[in-house]
Write a protein that binds this ligand. Structure first.
Ligand SMILES: [Zn+2]
Length: 254
């Protein structure tokens, strides 16, 4: 199984990081795409990628931290993108849920990081919260970019737009929640070649671990739920989503 979105650099793993990462390797979780969100998280993500063969890096600044880009620009991020285990620019995007950073600032740096990803020939990992229409219209201005909407939270209707742009989605713990009607609809509708699995650890642990600290150890719960929705076996879902992730991110290649 492959977890295409997690944050094992997070301080919630400071006490037992080595232990939990070796448990995941033994499970086995084949690959993890650990995602940066702010500058320090990106540095820690690269350190994990250096330390563990099966951990790869997504490097980028997410919408809530774009203020730092106003001060420093993308120079430090560009430096990090040269690392051989960086397989995506992310997570980047728009988040209108919290009113922390002006929309115009978020949009400016979303554009800039999409251009940077194109220049480095890397897919992008999109974070979009309460901002689906603006996210889609910005992506339409960058037709050469491809990638995933992580923790896809849009409707089955917006999913059509996402697919038309050539993007895939990854689904996490939310699909296992009892009242997650929309996520279950999306899981039923998404074409199998556009689906990947993620945990977003340490956030969004699936049922029956909801509310606890999440890790890739719980990834099977997500595969199980999607398999049940689609009338397939968890093994089939795992095999197909693994293939999709390897095709997009080149895990296992030098
Ligand atoms: Zn994330």
């Amino acid at each position: 199984m492959i977890d295409v979105h997690a944050h094992f650099d997070d301080e919630r793993f400071d006490e037992d990081r080595a232990e939990i990462i070796s448990a995941m390797a033994e499970m086995p979780i084949r690959f993890i795409l650990n995602s940066g969100s702010h500058i320090e998280a990106c540095r820690r993500t690269l350190a994990l990628a250096d330390q563990y063969d099966f951990i790869y890096a997504a490097i980028g600044i997410y919408p809530h931290d774009t203020a730092i880009l106003e001060e420093q620009g993308l120079g430090p991020i560009r430096e990090m993108l040269k690392h051989k285990k960086v397989r995506a620019v992310g997570e980047i995007g728009l988040d209108y849920y919290y009113d922390m950073i002006p929309k115009a600032t978020q949009q400016k740096w979303f554009h800039a990081q999409l251009e940077m990803a194109e220049e480095y020939h890397l897919p992008v990992v999109i974070h979009s919260r309460d901002a689906m229409q603006d996210t889609l219209s910005i992506l339409k201005e960058h037709p050469k970019n491809t990638g995933i909407f992580h923790c896809y939270s849009g409707s089955a209707e917006s999913l059509k737009e996402v697919l038309k742009l050539g993007f895939s989605i990854s689904m996490g713990g939310v699909v296992t929640f009892k009242n997650a009607r929309v996520a279950k609809e999306v899981a039923a509708a998404v074409p199998l070649d556009r689906l990947m699995l993620e945990t977003d650890s340490p956030y969004l642990a699936p049922t029956p671990y909801r509310g606890k600290r999440n890790s890739s150890l719980y990834l099977p719960e997500i595969a199980k739920e999607i398999a049940a929705i689609r009338g397939m076996t968890p093994e089939e879902i795992e095999r197909i989503t693994d293939e999709n992730a390897i095709r997009m991110f080149g895990f296992g290649e030098k």
